[in-house]
Design a binder for this molecule. Sequence first.
Ligand code: C5P
Length: 230
Amino acid sequence: MRNIFIACDTDSIKKVKKIMQYSQIKISGYRIGYKFGLEFFYSKNGRKFIEKSKVKNLWLDLKIFDIPNTSSAALKSLKDLKNISYITVHMSGGHEMLKAIKRISKKFNQKFKILGVTVLTSFSNSSIKKVGHTRPIKNLVRKQALLARDAGIDGIVCSAHEIKFIKKICKGMEIVTPGIRLKGEKLNDQKRVMSPKDAFENGATSIVMGRSLIKGNIKNNIQNLVKSLK
Ligand code: C5P
């Protein structure tokens, strides 16, 4: 079953409830999930809401990125969140950090899967140069995919344009793609973008969509997504 994660990018519990209410629909072959990022988690009652939620298939997208000791301690401090299925760490944290994360995750028997975030989908080849990288994004992502595989990370977050070569490196691992837009939609800050249908056809095991689904009429947006998958 492939996942469609709705990014609950808001600081409002009311809005999250609305998103959940309007997205409780069956889409044959797909399972809906919910992604909570920094905005919601940092908000006054965000963590508590997540902790109490009975909804399945939750992804906590905190993109942990620090030295190995701090990163693994951060993960440890999430151990009471028993209902989380996925959590993200930045691949740029490197092998030691990833190993420390895996160690802590095993020690506390945490059930969630660790997803490694490669180069953010808001980067283009020209903007990545400005942070000092000289390689094209594809090469960087390839390196990070090797690192994820070797560190025993459960899945990769990348743009849909990178799925094909990642599949060859990360056999059997989950491949989750943000940067998803319906045909003709605004890209906003996203640069490496693909449609939901094309991303799945390329081999994504999950996609994540935020603004296309949660801005404006949520019901209509979800209907448009369902139509686009046919
Ligand atoms: O609104 P939009 O569909 O662009 O949102 C994409 C979501 O995916 C955001 O919540 C963002 O934090 C997340 N994300 C991303 N790129 C990554 C990893 C996560 O856009 N590489």
